[in-house]
Design a protein around this ligand. Structure first.
Ligand SMILES: Cc1ncc(C[n+]2csc(CCOP(=O)(O)OP(=O)(O)O)c2C)c(N)n1
Ligand SMILES: [Mg+2]
Length: 278
């Protein structure tokens, strides 16, 4: 979904294409009601006529190919005229920038080493992180600092998507691959294998969920057999974290999301576990 929002002052316009307003994933029928546009004039462009106005009332419904429709729309718009000093109104842009900078600062505080020592941090640790595990924000920020300026990142579907999008800057010639609107687990590791096969000299870093990685453990063999220098960062929260969050957001108690994390090789190997020769 592409969502273009106009300024609150002008009341114009939310333009959505295609996959329906507020659908979280392509091809899925799962509305994200929190993100429905409110108090705006909505123009919806969709190849499916049946999707027009399905989620929110629309002022103008346009059925058609988005590229052609937007090009046609653009030709009918008149550009904003500069003021008497020749300047255009940058108010909306500046306010959006300020909000973004404030949000970034808030996020950076979550990744700061002293965060757990402050009042909010101590409270959060006591409720959320009794084992004093490494916070995912801090891990993602550390990877961001250490990774190459031209690294290729891949991110699993789950909380890894969140940590990467908030704490890893796509600066330089970094590139990002993910499942995103397709919404399917467990993509980070196989995407990283593919990217690394194409370019062995470029750093490839996969942000994996423990649930995601466990779904394709067999492909670690592919990684080893082809000696691919992929970096796998595993967010071991011992659960299907994003689903837990979704359950709790819906007011439900966590159910069925805890993962087992067995130690497959405890202690020293038993005597019978010697190598089998062909
Ligand atoms: C193939 C598939 N199965 C199930 C889901 C639903 N789902 C989305 S995120 C998620 C949890 C992912 O768990 P994990 O990889 O451990 O990441 P975390 O959110 O814990 O960081 C699940 C089950 C999905 N998107 N795709
Ligand atoms: Mg997990």
């Amino acid at each position: 979904m592409v969502l273009v929002e106009g300024s609150a002052e002008s009341g114009v316009a939310v333009l959505t294409v295609p996959g329906d307003i507020g659908d979280r994933e392509l091809g899925a029928d799962r509305p994200a009601r929190d993100w429905y546009p409110q108090g705006r004039t909505v123009i919806q462009v969709d190849t499916e006529a049946a999707h027009i106005g399905r989620r929110v009332p629309v002022e103008l419904g346009l059925v058609g190919d988005v590229g052609a429709t937007v090009r046609d729309l653009l030709a009918r718009l008149t550009a904003e005229q500069p003021g008497s000093d020749g300047a255009r109104d940058r108010g909306h842009l500046e306010r959006a920038r300020e909000r973004f900078v404030a949000w970034r600062e808030g996020q950076a505080r979550l990744a700061a080493p002293g965060h757990d020592k402050g009042l909010v941090g101590r409270l959060r640790s006591a409720l959320d992180n009794r084992q004093h595990d490494i916070r995912p924000e801090a891990l993602a920020a550390a990877v961001d600092r250490a990774a190459a300026e031209d690294a290729i990142f891949t991110s699993d579907t789950g909380m890894a998507t969140v940590w990467l999008s908030r704490f890893v800057e796509m600066r330089g010639s970094r590139r990002l691959l993910g499942s995103f609107n397709l919404g399917s687990m467990p993509n980070a590791m196989p995407q990283a294998l593919g990217a690394q096969c194409l370019d062995r000299d470029r750093q490839v870093v996969a942000f994996c969920g423990d649930g995601g990685l466990s779904m394709l453990l067999g492909d670690l063999m592919t990684l080893k057999s082809h000696a691919l220098p992929v970096k796998l960062v595993v967010f071991d929260n011992r659960r299907l974290g994003m689903v837990k969050l979704e359950q709790e957001q819906a007011g439900l108690p966590e159910f069925g999301t805890v993962l087992d994390n067995p130690d497959f090789a405890p202690g020293s190997p038993p005597p019978w576990a010697s190598r089998v020769s062909a």
